[in-house]
Every structure is written in structure tokens, then in C-alpha cells.
Design a protein around this ligand. Structure first.
Ligand code: ADP
Ligand code: ADP
Length: 227
């Protein structure tokens, strides 16, 4: 069934600036990986920022399971995010990065340990659990960031250009891995990228953004198909 509904979002930065979002709306069923794709400046990050809670829209709604989350502060929305620059805690070892949010919630140590192990196995990094982030490659750091975001078992995860800092070869490899991990966990995902090949490889459905609107929305095989 329906999980996330975004209704008629409008946003401009400042009172006189151009509209960053004119009227953005879409519905995401539970378990779908939904892509927001388009060129730089089209409004992808603004849309994701509104869902995450660090951008305030001028109008519109974001419903999760039918409940408007816009009044809920960001950290209480339970929507972990994966960023382009990994944003791992540099002084914490891999397992402590992944277990951080669980510990913060007072989860018993043995539960944290087994959950962290499960997450690291899923992203293929059990053997590097004692490393510090600086001792990992960019691709490995991004896997850790994904494991960390999924560790609390969220219903939704937000990904903002998670592969854009990686080199081309790694990016292709990680597309498959991210897709596998998201599918295996059954989480609903919003995946922002400017890269069409990436959106097509990772997402079940893609909203193509242009100048603050969603110009097209369809599963990858149907996008750009001419009648
Ligand atoms: P505002 O107070 O207008 O919402 P911010 O405080 O976020 O804006 O940023 C101050 C100014 O910096 C903006 O008005 C804008 O001119 C500029 N700016 C910041 N980030 C961006 C961006 N991503 N794209 C274009 N301009 C930006
Ligand atoms: P995308 O993620 O697709 O690159 P954004 O959502 O970052 O697009 O930006 C949409 C529009 O809003 C752009 O015109 C951008 O310059 C503008 N913008 C984004 N952030 C700010 C900001 N803090 N202040 C002013 N303008 C901004």
C-alpha cells in the first residue's frame, strides 16, 4: 500500500527569489525505491530536504502512513539519510559507526553487536569492522554509511547522491549492491541522483525533475519510450 505521499510542495529561498519547487507531488508505495533524477538545480535536494526536515516548504504536505510529518522535528521523523560525502564519525571504528544510533536508543550491547554484524555482513564489510573510516576506501565508507542508516531498521531511508563521489567503476558495482541491500531490507527509499544510468539501475520508479517540477514519472523501462 501507499507509504509516502508528497503533496504540492512549493519552495523558494528568500521572499523574492525564483521558485525552487513549483508544485512537486508523488506517491511511493511501501518497499519501493523511488528515484528523483534531474540536472543540477532542478530541485532534488530541496525535495529530499523537505522530507528529511531540514528545509521548510512554503506550501505542501509530506504524509508518511497518512500522517503529516512536516510539524515533526527532523530527528524525530525516523528517516535516516545517506549523503554524498559519507559523513561517518571519523573517530569511531566501523562497528561503532554502524551501532551508534542503536546505542543512543539504549539497545542492549549484545543486540547492538548482533545487529551491527548482520548489517556489516549485508554490505560485505564484516572483516573491516575494526577499521577507522580513514582506513577505508570511498566505496567502503559509503557501504558503512548505508549499513549505519539501515541499522535501526527504519521504514524509510533517504539517499542524496550516495555514489557521486566514487569513481566510475566503483559506482557501477555499488549500484547493484545498493539495490540488493535496499530490496533485501524491504525499506522504502528515496534516491536522489543527477545520473540517469544510476537512477535506472537502482530505482523501481523514477521522477524526472525539471525546473522545480516533476516532468515525468515512470519505471525506468517506460521512461523516454516513444509511443
Ligand atoms: P535564505 O536565507 O534566502 O533562505 P540561505 O541562508 O540558505 O538563504 O543562504 C543565503 C544565500 O546564499 C541565499 O539567499 C543564496 O543567495 C545563497 N545560496 C546558498 N545556497 C545556495 C544554493 N545552493 N544555490 C544558490 N544560492 C545559494
Ligand atoms: P538539485 O538538488 O536538483 O541540484 P536544489 O534543490 O539544490 O537542486 O536547488 C533548487 C534551486 O534552489 C536551485 O535554483 C538552487 O540554486 C536553489 N537553492 C538551493 N538551495 C538554496 C539556498 N540555500 N538558497 C538559495 N537558493 C537555493
Amino acid at each position: 500500500g501507499e507509504h509516502i505521499r508528497v503533496v504540492d510542495l512549493r519552495k523558494r529561498y528568500g521572499r523574492t527569489g525564483p521558485w525552487a519547487l513549483r508544485s512537486v507531488g508523488f506517491t511511493i508505495p511501501r518497499g519501493e525505491v523511488f528515484g528523483l533524477m534531474g540536472p543540477s538545480g532542478c530541485g532534488k535536494s530541496t525535495t529530499l530536504g523537505i522530507i528529511a526536515g531540514f528545509v521548510t516548504p512554503d506550501a505542501g504536505q509530506v504524509l508518511v502512513d497518512g500522517r503529516d510529518i512536516l510539524p515533526v522535528p527532523p530527528h524525530k521523523r525516523g528517516l535516516p539519510m545517506v549523503f554524498q560525502d559519507y559523513a561517518l564519525f571519523p573517530h569511531l571504528r566501523v562497528h561503532d559507526n554502524v551501532g551508534f544510533a542503536l546505542k543512543l536508543r539504549g539497545t542492549p550491547a549484545s543486540t547492538v553487536a548482533s545487529r551491527v554484524g548482520e548489517m556489516l555482513r549485508m554490505v560485505g564489510l564484516e572483516h573491516k569492522s575494526d577499521r577507522l573510516p580513514e582506513q577505508l576506501s570511498g566505496g567502503e565508507q559509503q557501504r558503512v554509511a548505508l549499513a549505519r542508516a539501515l541499522a535501526i531498521g527504519p521504514e524509510v531511508v533517504l539517499l542524496d547522491e550516495p555514489l557521486s563521489n566514487l569513481d566510475a567503476k566503483l559506482r557501477q558495482q555499488l549500484r547493484r549492491d545498493i539495490r540488493d541491500v535496499l530490496q533485501r531490507t524491504g525499506v522504502t527509499a528515496v534516491f536522489v541522483t543527477h545520473d540517469q544510468a544510476e537512477a535506472f539501475a537502482v530505482c523501481d520508479r523514477v521522477g524526472v525533475m525539471f525546473d522545480g517540477t516533476i516532468a515525468q514519472m515512470a519505471p525506468p523501462p517506460e521512461l523516454y519510450r516513444r509511443p
